[in-house]
Design a protein around this ligand. Structure first.
Ligand SMILES: Nc1ncnc2c1ncn2[C@@H]1O[C@H](COP(=O)(O)OP(=O)(O)OP(=O)(O)O)[C@@H](O)[C@H]1O
Ligand SMILES: [Mg+2]
Length: 292
């Protein structure tokens, strides 16, 4: 990994390309949900993906993670074209969370994270059935790693609680722990702060920085502009499936086409964006109340 100077002037540990989407297009019948999108993510980079409701952000994630086979275009991850199979994508080192949380509600927090870990164990079906020493060793290692990840995301106290009984914000963090359990090189987060209060949102931001500090690349979809602009190294704005602008938070936030794209698509998005554009620096300074 080579250190590079980012456009904001800060020397950072952003490295070579980890993900390259080339001309990715996804059509559903007559609707083009994603339209010839090019997208590059570097190692150690936090990349934001914004755009009004229905812009194609989640569909694009689905194309990146093998859930959809793009109508055209390709995704190169870590030097190889990705097979359109979610399991193989996970094994290649890409993990994700979902806009609509997908946990195993009747399993404990620890068990949910252990599920993520199994794609990295070599335990075969026979070993599992016989439950011999290798199975017990593997099981203990998986359990220990899962607990470490629960601690990492701040859920160390929830080990034996059923996932469905956790507060909403904790469920989102549990999904992150399960994704991390697959040992990814890149993690994709689809609206990780949806439904969170301001304090939980700040904790989520801090968690994403710590994930990046582990050496992972992060791609994050969010409607919370303050969150996106203070978190990301670069931001891509999608509108009606097309890449409208890509650049640093400063470049995207000062581009009149971005606010134009939001106005008329819903008062919530437009007013959130306008507020952020008017007070872009506040997010850095408002954490002085000591409860983060
Ligand atoms: N499986 C599908 N079949 C048909 N149309 C779909 C499908 N998935 C998404 N779409 C359509 O594709 C467009 C993009 O949807 P998508 O969910 O990707 O948007 P989004 O940017 O994630 O929006 P939001 O911010 O509301 O989550 C929408 O018009 C949606 O209705
Ligand atoms: Mg979405």
């Amino acid at each position: 990994m080579t250190a590079v100077t980012t456009e904001t002037g800060a020397t950072d540990s952003i490295g070579g390309v980890i993900l390259q989407a080339e001309n990715v297009t996804m059509r559903f019948g007559g609707l083009t949900a994603v339209d010839s999108v090019n997208f590059t993510v570097h190692r150690g980079e936090i990349m934001g993906l914004i755009g009004p409701n229905g812009a194609g952000k989640t569909t694009f994630f689905n194309c990146l993670t093998g859930m959809y086979l793009p109508t055209s275009g390709q995704v190169v991850f870590d030097g190889a074209v990705l097979p359109p199979k979610p399991r193989k994508v996970v094994q290649a080192g890409m993990a994700r969370t979902f806009q609509n949380i997908r946990l195993f509600g009747n399993m404990t927090a620890l068990e949910n994270v252990m599920v993520g870990r199994y794609c990295r164990t070599t335990t075969g079906p026979l070993t599992s059935i016989l439950r011999g020493p290798k199975f017990r060793r593997d099981e203990a290692a998986v359990r220990q790693r899962a607990q470490e990840l629960l601690d990492f995301v701040g859920l160390g106290h929830t080990t034996d609680q059923l996932a469905r009984n956790l507060p909403y914000g904790d469920q989102r963090r549990l999904e992150v722990a399960r994704a991390l359990a697959t040992d990814p090189k890149l993690i994709l987060l689809d609206e990780p702060t949806a439904g969170m209060n301001p304090q939980e949102t700040r904790q989520a931001e801090e968690l994403i920085f710590r994930i990046r500090d582990l050496g992972l690349a992060v791609v994050v979809i969010e409607h919370d502009m303050r969150f996106i602009f203070s978190l990301c190294d670069r931001v891509l704005c999608l509108v009606q499936g097309r890449a409208l602008i890509e650049g640093t938070p400063a470049q995207v936030q000062s581009d009149p086409r971005v606010i134009e794209a939001y106005i008329g698509t819903g008062p919530e998005d437009a007013s959130a964006l306008e507020a952020e554009l008017q007070h872009p620096a506040e997010s850095d300074g408002d954490s002085g109340d000591g409860d983060a």
